[in-house]
Each structure stands twice: as structure tokens, then as C-alpha cells.
Design a protein around this ligand. Structure first.
Ligand code: MOS
Length: 734
């Protein structure tokens, strides 16, 4: 089915199941331990899996000169050791998966050098420590600020050209009020709860991998290419995933090394990336340095807006697209954005929750607060004045929906914004300096082709199969809701099976496209199944499906009777035409935060948070709310604690475990509220839904930074906002 004209009324609009705050159907499995994560498929492999433990590179750049494996090979229980020397030639997958195994070249620290396979995890761990790797290190490049200073002209990415509208330089030079500031955001790690893990099993030349992967079809393609086997011979299964945040979009070393280890040991092999390996071995959100220039007239209108971002990546990598939102968020006739990419020999930079917008808004939304202060206008009013209903670069293109102003107005009202003191450092609560801040939220809405198969059994049970993943987001539940709504049955009559590459290819989970795209695919398959049912029952194609019955042309029959003669099966996918070219599709929101900052120690405590989101139809307000409060929590981490600290001499992230890399805990997040605007977007899909999981993080860190400024009068432009940075400039309040 192709979606290329705006959605009209369809069975989803009944909202009997869709739009209800439904409990997760997978919740009982998760709470009772019967939802099997990648490392826990104890029953399925043929024979007891052996354990693989990865040896990570001890240098960031250079060559492996030799590997002494004699002691490890003789260690108890050892079955095989795989290195680049005996792995066979690896193909280059889409995500450069050949680089998952180092040798002889080392491209980054903790890149896999070997996997040691043994009978037990303890034996493999012990033997892995006996592998002696000798290196010939080379000088690497590890410092983004240094790269930027040394070579300010570092080339723009060819695929991501600069954007220019009007005369930015002229308009900025002649603007009566201007701001020209730089911000920095650090490298960050996904820090999802479930580590990367895989169990691989070969049967002849057929490979099965139980793994934790957000994008099953991409994964199959990359495994096949890397191991030089036909795609048909690879099966990936990932029914439950304990968080991904972009870190599991691609096949990583656990899957590849498990497959290589299983081949060498002639046994199923399971590999988990030990937590201290994850931060340097896998991908991370790259650090940025961002310069923002805004020029405005005395009547608060932006006349010039410019945003440049510098980031780094391995040779052949991509920039962090931190300027993305600045091209679309505010009006202004003269504009420019540019991204510059330095080659750094740090671990690979890649997508992490709301890549681009999340770090981009961390800078832009402080800049808007700073500019409002310069103009002596309320920060919300400043944003309202500079709202736009059209894409400010391509003015003929409208947003399909844009309720940014409504989000800010409603949020201001609910949060008590009118009590805010414009001058900082005015409000105290005992030893706490109290401040409130806000930021706009913006994230684009992407649609992806997505397929599904739906079956109707003689027992009236509807079964949905798709390779869609549930990374903790609630995919199982919204897919069940979609099928229930379409087929007119209660939720209890629907079974959902996900994350198996033998099922139809879905959108997968990423870029907040999963909910809308995957359910639209289920919608398409259900439309086909409805037609089959109607035909079987001799009813018109527009028959109504309600309460387990089908009715049309004056008669009614039970749905299950259509399958009395045998199961009915329909498969289809939803693909998209060029509606996204005619309309700009984005999601909007506003974040509000109140903080207290200890006037003596600079300790920051978040006191309350509110997010208001306009993101199309909310398919399940309960799971959507969970997504948003999780994202707000991640935004709090970005503002106040998260930072992978780079060792500029040796080229690795120093704090590479959860003791050193701090993420928020419950005690850091006292109170969060989420409001969804009642919105449907007929341009997005027949579901009229959009993504919301990444919108929730977009702007949060800046709202916190703005609240900290409002509390203290200290403007920290280098994330995270830690005590030392606050104390350095804190006025003498005590
Ligand atoms: Mo998302 S960073 O595309 O999982």
C-alpha cells in the first residue's frame, strides 16, 4: 500500500483501542522474567552454548605486531581463539562491520582484537586475560578543540552541504542586537541497561543469531556481507531488547565475534560485551563545538541566524548534525548553517537518541534564552514572535502540523511561568537558589517503509508477525492495538510476534520513526485481511468490523467464521510517496524545568519538570508518556552529569563503566509531568501519528541550563553543568 495523499477517515479513527492508555502486553513477561533477552535464549540453541570473551585493543591507533596466545590456548576449557589472522577475510558491511575486528591495523581503543571461546564464562574470561597482544602504536588525533583550532577549514561533508539563505553576514553585521557565542557538548554513551549480547549458532552454512538489535533487516544484510554468506542463510532474532538509544542500530562486535567463535568452536557461542568494554568498543554520541550567531531588530524579530557545528569521527565517518533544527525552527530571512568534520581516532561516533537535534538544541535553546535577555523580552514571547508556519529555507513548503506556540503557552500556564523573575538570582528557598527555565523542543518526523503479516485463526485470534523490534518503547502493545482496532476484536484476541528476520521487513526502531511506521505497516496488512474476510463472508469490501463481528449489506457474521475453513493470512507493507517533500513533517514541544542550586556548593537539584508535546495522534498515552519521561531523564543526564572524558594522550574514553559515567537515578528526578496536545496529522500516515520518543529529550538540557542561569546568574556553555563550572563564576550569595 502506498501512502501519498493525506489520510481520510479510516477504522483507526474509531479510537476504541488506539489512543487508550493501555498497559504493556509484554509487561507480565518482563516482570516475571519470561521475556528472553539476547543472552537468555537457553532453550533454543542446539546444544549448550560455549562462552566467548572479547579482548579489546589496548591502543587507539597503530598496528598489532604479534599476539601470543600460547598460554591462553592451554588454559582450562578453552575451545578456540579467533583473531583477524585466522578469521578469514571479512567483507565490508554497510556500517563498515569489517572494522569490528582489528588486525593488523587498530582503528580505535577497545576495538576487538580476539574472542576467546571456552566452556564457561569464567574460563573464557581468565584465558582472555592471558592473551598477550604486542602493538606498534602510532600517533593519533584525539582532541576536537585542537583539530578545530589547528584546521578551522576542516572540510564539510560532501553529503551534508552548508545551507545559505539571503545574506547572513550582511544582516548580522547590521543588526542592532546581536549574539555570537560558542557552546560545547561532550561525547556521550547510550548506557542502555542491557549490554550488547549475542548467541550465534551455525547449522552447516546457515547462521542463526539471537541478538539485541534495533534494525533486524539491516543486521541481516551486514552479517551476510561481513561473513560473505548469502542473506538467505542468516537469521536474526531479537524479540526483546533492553534499551538501544541508537547504540543497537547496527551489528556490533558481540554478534560478529559470536558468529566467528561459533564457527571456530563448532558450537553455539554466546558473547556479551562486558560493561567496561562498551563505551570504547561500540558507538557513541560525538562531542560538538557549536557557534551560534543571532541578529535581531529592536522589535524582537530575528533577521540573521547562523549555526556552525564541529564534530569528529573516524576516517570516512559523518558529522553530528547539530545544525538540523536551526534550519527549521525559527523565522529569519538571512540564515546559514555549516558542519565541519575532523578526523579523530576515537571510537566511532554515531546515532544516539535524537542525533543532531538533541545536541543541537542544547546549544540553540541556550542561545535563544541569551538573546531574549539581551533584547529584554520574555524568552517565550521571543520564540512566539519568531515562530514560522513555513520551512524558513523553502518558504513554499508548509509544516504538516506545527503547534510549537500552543505547547509553550499551555506549558507556561501549567508550570506557573508567570511567577518567573526575569533577573537571575532572585529566588531563594533556604540554602537553595531557585530558578525556572524553558526550551522549545523540535524533532523531525521520518516515515519508513514497513511490512507485516496478519493471520486470522478459526479461534478468532489475530496474529501479527513483523521483524519490528520493541526496545522498551511499547511496540508490542501499539501493534496489538492497531490490529485490534482494524479487525474489531478486543486486545486479548491479538497475538504479536516481533524481531525475527523470517517475518516481513519492518521499519525497525530508530529515529522515532518506529511507532508510526510499524503500525502503518500493520494497518496495510489488516486492510488486506479485512478484504479477504469480507470476500469469504460474501460481504461488501466496506463491511464494518466491530466487537468480533463483521456486518454489511444487512447481514452480520462472526469474524472467526471467516476462518472456519482454514486460517486466513494477509501480508502487505506501507510505503510512502512524496508527501514529505510537499510538507515538512516535524514534532514540537516545550520543556519547563525548575531547579535549585546550592548557593555554597553549586550542587544542582532538579525540582520539577514538564514536557508539552505535539506529535500527532498518540497511539498509547501510557507508553508514550513513559517514552517522554525516560527521554526527559536522559536530557537531565546530558545537562548535569553525562560526559565521556577523553584521554587526549592515549585516545580513549577514561570513564568507561557505569561507576565513572554517571547517568541520572530516581533520586535525581523528583517530579515529571507530560502533556500531549490533542493532535492528528493526516500527512504522516493512516495512523495520523508521529514519533515522540526522541522529541522528549530535545531541548531538555537547555531548559535545565536556562533554569540554572535563572537561579544563579551563571551561564555555563560547556556541558555538563557541573559544580566546578558553576562555582567558578558564582556570585557571592553566602
Ligand atoms: Mo535512534 S538514535 O535512531 O535509535
Amino acid at each position: 500500500m502506498k501512502f501519498d495523499t493525506p489520510a481520510t477517515t479510516n477504522p483507526i479513527d474509531q479510537l476504541k483501542v488506539i489512543g487508550k492508555p493501555t498497559d504493556r502486553i509484554d509487561g507480565p513477561h518482563k516482570t516475571s522474567g519470561t521475556a528472553h533477552y539476547a543472552y537468555e535464549h537457553h532453550e533454543e540453541p542446539k546444544g549448550k552454548p560455549a562462552y566467548g570473551v572479547i579482548v579489546g585493543a589496548g591502543i587507539a591507533k597503530g598496528k598489532i605486531s604479534s599476539i601470543d596466545m600460547a598460554a591462553a590456548q592451554k588454559a582450562p576449557g578453552v575451545l578456540a581463539i579467533v583473531t583477524a589472522a585466522n578469521a578469514g577475510k571479512l567483507g565490508k558491511g554497510k556500517m563498515n562491520t569489517a572494522k569490528l575486528l582489528a588486525g593488523p591495523d587498530v582503528q580505535h581503543y577497545h576495538q576487538a582484537v580476539a574472542v576467546v571461546v571456552a566452556e564457561t564464562f569464567e574460563q573464557a574470561t581468565s584465558a582472555a586475560a592471558m592473551v598477550k597482544v604486542h602493538y606498534a602504536p602510532e600517533k593519533g588525533r584525539y582532541d576536537l578543540a585542537h583539530a578545530k583550532a589547528a584546521k578551522p577549514e576542516i572540510k564539510a561533508d560532501k553529503k551534508k552541504p552548508d545551507s545559505k539563505v539571503g545574506d547572513f553576514a550582511g544582516a548580522f553585521a547590521s543588526a542592532p542586537v546581536t549574539l555570537d557565542v560558542s557552546y560545547s557538548t561532550p561525547d556521550q554513551s547510550h548506557a542502555m541497561m542491557e549490554p550488547h549480547a549475542s548467541i550465534a549458532q551455525w547449522e552447516g552454512d546457515k547462521l542463526t543469531i539471537w541478538t539485541a538489535n534495533q534494525m533486524i533487516a539491516w543486521g541481516v544484510g551486514d552479517v551476510a556481507k561481513t561473513l560473505n554468506v548469502p542473506k538467505e542463510n542468516v537469521r536474526l532474532m531479537s524479540p526483546y531488547i533492553g534499551g538501544g538509544f541508537g547504540g543497537k542500530l547496527f551489528v556490533r562486535a558481540d554478534a560478529l565475534m559470536a558468529a566467528l567463535g561459533a564457527k571456530a568452536a563448532n558450537r553455539p557461542v554466546k558473547v556479551v560485551l562486558q560493561r567496561p568494554l562498551i563505551m570504547n568498543n561500540t558507538t557513541h554520541r560525538p562531542a560538538t563545538i557549536q557557534r551560534i550567531r543571532i541578529g535581531a531588530s529592536r522589535d524582537y524579530k530575528i533577521t540573521a541566524i547562523g549555526h556552525e557545528s564541529w564534530s569528529g569521527d573516524l576516517e570516512g565517518g559523518s558529522p553530528e548534525e547539530a545544525v538540523a533544527q536551526t534550519r527549521l525552527l525559527y523565522a529569519g530571512a538571512n540564515r546559514m548553517t555549516a558542519m565541519r568534520l575532523a578526523v579523530l581516532d576515537l571510537p566511532e561516533g554515531n546515532a544516539m537518541r535524537a542525533p543532531g537535534e538533541a545536541p543541537g538544541l542544547m546549544a540553540l535553546e541556550i542561545a535563544m534564552d541569551e538573546m531574549a535577555e539581551k533584547l529584554k523580552i520574555d524568552p517565550i514571547e521571543f520564540r512566539v514572535i519568531n515562530d514560522t508556519k513555513v520551512d524558513p529555507e523553502k518558504r513554499e513548503r508548509r509544516f504538516s502540523q506545527r503547534q510549537l506556540v500552543e505547547c509553550m503557552r499551555i506549558g507556561a500556564d501549567k508550570f506557573g511561568w508567570s511567577a518567573r523573575k526575569a533577573a537571575p538570582g532572585q529566588v531563594r528557598d533556604g540554602r537553595w537558589l531557585v530558578g525556572i527555565g524553558m526550551a522549545a523542543a523540535f524533532r523531525n518526523n521520518l516515515t519508513m517503509k514497513s511490512g507485516a503479516r496478519v493471520k486470522l485463526g478459526a479461534d478468532g485470534v489475530v496474529t501479527v508477525e513483523t521483524d519490528m523490534t520493541d526496545i522498551g518503547t511499547g511496540s508490542y502493545t501499539i501493534i496489538a492495538q492497531t490490529a485490534a482496532e482494524m479487525m474489531g476484536v478486543p486486545l486479548s484476541q491479538v497475538r504479536v510476534r516481533l524481531g525475527d528476520s523470517s517475518f516481513p521487513v519492518s521499519s525497525g526502531s530508530g529515529g522515532q520513526w518506529g511507532a508510526n511506521s510499524s503500525t502503518a505497516g500493520v494497518y496495510a496488512a489488516c486492510v488486506k485481511l479485512r478484504e479477504q474476510v469480507a470476500q469469504k463472508l460474501g460481504m461488501p469490501l466496506d463491511a464494518a468490523f466491530t466487537d468480533g463481528n463483521v456486518s454489511g449489506a444487512g447481514k452480520t457474521a462472526s469474524l472467526r467464521s471467516a476462518a472456519a475453513g482454514g486460517e486466513l493470512l494477509a501480508e502487505d507493507f506501507m510505503e510512502y510517496g512524496d508527501l514529505d517533500k510537499k510538507y515538512q513533517q516535524s514534532t514540537f514541544g516545550a520543556h519547563f524545568v525548575e531547579v535549585g542550586v546550592d548557593m555554597a556548593t553549586g550542587e544542582t537539584r532538579i525540582r520539577r519538570m514538564l514536557a508539552v508535546c505535539a506529535a500527532g495522534r498518540i497511539l498509547n498515552p501510557k507508553s508514550a508518556r513513559s517514552q517522554v519521561i525516560g527521554a526527559m531523564t536522559m536530557g537531565a543526564g546530558a545537562a548535569l552529569m553525562e560526559e565521556l572524558v577523553v584521554d587526549h594522550r592515549k585516545g580513549f574514553f577514561v570513564n568507561h563503566d557505569l561507576a565513572g559515567y554517571e547517568v541520572p537515578v530516581h533520586a535525581d528526578i523528583p517530579h515529571q509531568d507530560v502533556i500531549f496536545l490533542d493532535e492528528t496529522d493526516p500527512i504522516s500516515s493512516p495512523m495520523k501519528a508521529k514519533g515522540v520518543g526522541e522529541l522528549g529529550i530535545c531541548g531538555v538540557a537547555a531548559a535545565i541550563a536556562n533554569a540554572v542561569y535563572n537561579a544563579t546568574g551563571v551561564r555555563v556553555r560547556e556541558y555538563p553543568i557541573t559544580l566546578d563550572k558553576l562555582l567558578k563564576d558564582m556570585p557571592a550569595y553566602v
